[in-house]
Design a protein around this ligand. Structure first.
Ligand SMILES: Cc1ncc(COP(=O)(O)O)c(C=O)c1O
Length: 368
């Protein structure tokens, strides 16, 4: 069955437009996890005011954004590598460190596997189970780390939303140090997590030179089309990553918008609070009214399991005909045909999703 993920990811508006015959601007996209508030006004204004910047090359070493970021995070500028999205940061890690065997905890973001394979690594894996909300046991993780040169950890993990505690992250880092394994902690969604300082060890990297943290600015600041992300790691590893980066891969407008985003604090607080309460609202209604199994989640998305009488691909197709895009998760290793993911959007959009879902579920048999 054809799905909107035919190019590997959610958020593919053109594929959805072609599949459902609905113009892109009339589709509601729950298949990519983007802040429903849209980009901060300050970032939009900064870009508009500086459109002329595109007649010059971008700063090849991203000085202004690195300075801002280092100040905000309290790390050294030399520990930061700015990238064209978290995706570029992952590619740089793999290019620079050249792991032969990469460890992946399934289900997780598909680029861990596809980028590793692109850069010539083989994959070793372990799986979480639904009984533990897909969080792997620490002993399974350690066994995986024993075998591999580098392991990817999603924090929070996409699509499951699971979080490791700071203590767990420390033990993973220490264990991996003893086995000469790099640990890549993908914190693409950490900004959505309340009290995120309890779920990261970015400020302890002087103890863990084998740990590389990757963050995205595209989800939280709603700029996926602009592309911006960064790595935090030891100065030594940062140098290795920078040597592999294509010069000017981060464009001028992304750098300008990024600087503005970093100055936002009200927007950050508002987003975290709103997402937390709206995620709880969606979860409760999905459980109570539809009897779906909904994983707890910790960021701006929820993983949902349907009863066996329905499949996520069919649901995607039926919802799509009403202009609602959901992310089928049936292709994730470790998940089933019943699993799908939705982003947490505005109350109005979330209600529209629930309304369409009610219609689709009620008519399930008849519409087939
Ligand atoms: C877990 C995770 N990490 C990283 C990325 C890539 O982020 P970026 O847009 O910054 O490249 C995604 C995008 O969906 C993701 O889901």
């Amino acid at each position: 069955m054809l799905t909107i993920e035919k190019h590997g990811h959610g958020g593919d508006m053109l594929t959805a437009q072609n599949m459902f015959g609905i113009p892109q601007d009339q589709l509601l996209d729950f298949s990519a996890n983007i802040n429903p508030f849209g980009p901060p006004q300050s970032a939009m204004d900064a870009m508009k005011d500086n459109l002329n910047a595109i007649v010059h090359y971008p700063d090849p070493v991203h000085r202004r954004l690195s300075t801002r970021l280092a100040e905000k995070l309290g790390v050294l500028e030399d520990q930061l590598v700015i990238g064209n999205g978290a995706a570029e940061c992952m590619a740089l890690v793999l290019l620079a460190l050249q792991p032969k065997l990469v460890g992946i905890v399934y289900p997780s973001f598909s680029e861990y596997t596809s980028l590793s394979c692109t850069f010539g690594a083989s994959i070793e894996s372990c799986y979480g189970s639904i009984e533990n909300n897909f969080k792997p046991g620490m002993s399974d993780l350690f066994q995986l780390i024993d075998k591999v040169d580098l392991v990817f950890i999603g924090q929070p993990n996409n699509p499951t939303g699971i979080l490791y505690t700071k203590e767990e992250l420390r033990s993973i880092a220490i264990y991996a140090q003893n086995t000469n394994t790099y640990v890549v902690i993908d914190e693409a969604f950490i900004d959505f997590v309340p009290f995120q300082e309890n779920f990261t060890i970015y400020d302890e990297l002087s103890h863990f030179p084998n740990v590389i943290i990757i963050r995205s600015m595209t989800k939280f600041y709603a700029i996926p089309g602009l592309r911006l992300g960064y790595s935090i790691c030891s100065e030594e590893v940062a140098l290795l990553l920078k040597r592999k980066q294509v010069t000017w891969s981060v464009n001028s407008l992304a750098l300008i918008a990024g600087e503005a985003c970093l100055q936002e604090s009200e927007y950050e607080e508002k987003t975290i609070e709103f997402i937390g309460s709206e995620r709880a609202y969606l979860k409760e209604r999905l459980e109570k009214e539809f009897h779906f199994t909904v994983l707890p989640g910790s960021a701006n998305f929820l993983l949902v399991r349907l009863p066996t009488s329905m499949t996520a691909n069919e649901l995607q197709s039926k919802m799509g005909q009403h202009g609602i895009m959901i992310r089928s998760c049936s292709m994730y290793p470790g998940l089933s045909e019943q699993d799908f993911r939705i982003a947490v959007r505005s109350r109005k959009d979330n209600n529209q999703l629930l309304e369409v879902l009610t219609k689709v579920v009620k008519n399930w048999g008849e519409m087939e």
